[in-house]
Design a protein around this ligand. Structure first.
Ligand SMILES: CC(C)(COP(=O)(O)OP(=O)(O)OC[C@H]1O[C@@H](n2cnc3c(N)ncnc32)[C@H](O)[C@@H]1O)[C@@H](O)C(=O)NCCC(=O)NCCS
Ligand SMILES: Nc1ncnc2c1ncn2[C@@H]1O[C@H](COP(=O)(O)OP(=O)(O)OP(=O)(O)O)[C@@H](O)[C@H]1O
Length: 195
């Protein structure tokens, strides 16, 4: 069974996917793939440099992620250019990893931008993790050292909670404790593996 997992930034997706993995699911992490396809020496990074210029490289030749983030989360057209480079490469990697995943059990695709991608229909089920924007912002300020403006600009670049709910077959409202979150994830896992 192919399951999409999505949610806004800092909503709790990685926490949910870690619990699903403990329960036996195979998890494919979209953010990790999006980093791999633009690592130093990749054709992906060459394309990003061609579009954004060599000033987005660190002295070591890696992509300066903070610099690119400052550009694309303040300019939608530039964000679309970056997405046009990164997303096709990520979807190629998803397909290759899925082909080598075990055929029985749950394969969970953690895709931060699933609602935005229009690909939700390609999954057997879609888990949406939802957390109030104020909690997302607090976590970003605490964990990433960002300003409130940085945090708000990421949220503004993403789908709304309503748009995500519209694609959900299983909604996880992450407003309680970690223990409550675990219990809800166990319930969803049981429902999906019974199906
Ligand atoms: C702009 C970049 C360099 C910033 O890197 P940074 O290390 O600061 O963030 P990281 O990649 O860890 O992403 C953290 C979160 O930001 C949000 N985010 C990332 N890219 C986007 C985007 N294009 N639109 C909206 N939100 C996004 C997601 O919630 C993601 O989980 C990077 O996010 C990137 O390359 N984005 C484009 C690729 C993409 O869309 N990735 C997300 C899903 S595949
Ligand atoms: N129910 C909860 N109670 C307390 N803290 C939580 C809860 N759920 C998640 N967190 C914490 O919130 C932060 C963000 O969660 P997590 O990394 O799982 O989100 P994410 O959606 O994967 O984030 P990102 O979009 O940044 O990859 C983490 O520090 C995590 O430990």
């Amino acid at each position: 069974m192919r399951v999409g997992l999505t949610g806004g930034i800092a909503s709790g997706k990685s926490t949910v996917s870690a619990i699903l993995a403990e329960l036996g699911a195979v998890v494919i992490d979209g953010d990790k793939l999006a980093r791999e396809v633009v690592e130093k020496g990749t054709p992906g990074l060459d394309q990003v440099v061609a579009a954004f210029g060599p000033e987005i490289l660190t002295p070591d030749g890696d992509m300066d992620r903070a610099a690119v983030g400052r550009i694309v989360f303040n300019d939608e057209a530039k964000r679309k250019v970056l997405e046009g480079i990164v997303h096709p490469l990520v979807f190629e990697r998803y397909a290759a990893l899925e082909a080598s995943a075990p055929q029985d059990g749950l394969v969970v695709h953690d895709i931060p931008l699933l609602a935005e991608s229009g690909r939700a229909d390609t999954f057997d089920a879609v888990i949406v993790v939802e957390t109030p924007a104020e909690v997302q912002i607090e976590r970003m300020l605490r964990d990433r050292g960002w300003t409130r403006e940085d945090a708000e600009s990421r949220i503004a670049a993403q789908a709304t909670p309503e748009q995500r709910r519209a694609i959900a077959t299983h909604l996880i409202v992450n407003t309680g404790t970690r223990e409550e979150l675990r219990a809800r994830v166990e319930q969803v896992y049981a429902e999906l593996t019974r199906a």
